[in-house]
Design a binder for this molecule. Sequence first.
Ligand SMILES: [Zn+2]
Length: 235
Amino acid sequence: MARALYMDDSYLKSWNAKVVSVTDDKYVVLDNTAFYPKGGGQPWDEGSIIKDDQEYKVVYVGKFSGNISHEVDKSGLKEGDKVHCELNWERRYTYMRYHTASHLISNILYKRADAKITGNQIEMDKTRMDFSMLDYSPEKLRDFVDEANSIIEQDLPTTIDYMTRDEVLGKPELARLAVGLPKNIKEFRIVRIGDIDEQVDGGTHINHLKEIGKIEVTKTVNKGKNNRRMYFILK
Ligand SMILES: [Zn+2]
């Protein structure tokens, strides 16, 4: 199985790798990769795989039966090729900022209003979060986002480490997520924001909250207590 380099270093932008397999001339598996595969509300990374003077553009990355598969725009790569990889860093970094921002917002929604996140999708300029919240008003939501922005000003660090299944089960707010995961997973990746938030998560995150910038709500949709939605952008 490929080593997912983004798990321990979200800031790795370029690296060397070896081609493990190529399917249908365009689906490439590498021995190690920092390309993030679509999942957990975060879009896939784009960038290039370079062999000699040839550049293969990575147009999609997904995880299929445990393997991270890179779809490239042309044929030519072969098993055993030594390649150099480069992320489209602007795209990835934007998604890192949005991903950490959405953890921060969900933390406040949960703490202040017992709201549960029911869905989220990070997208350039129209990132959305869906949540259930009993006593809702747009004004309240604005207060929560103000609180998120003031926490960003404190510039708390985000950190990554790992917990065993038993440790996760000992934390009710994490265990809720963990029980649904396959029994063969023994180690869970935990993303923390200072000492205010921790979540079981496989995504990429910024190191310091100030990198988020400022959260601005662009639109809210309200279709009942189990069906609220907000869109936000980062300034
Ligand atoms: Zn996440």
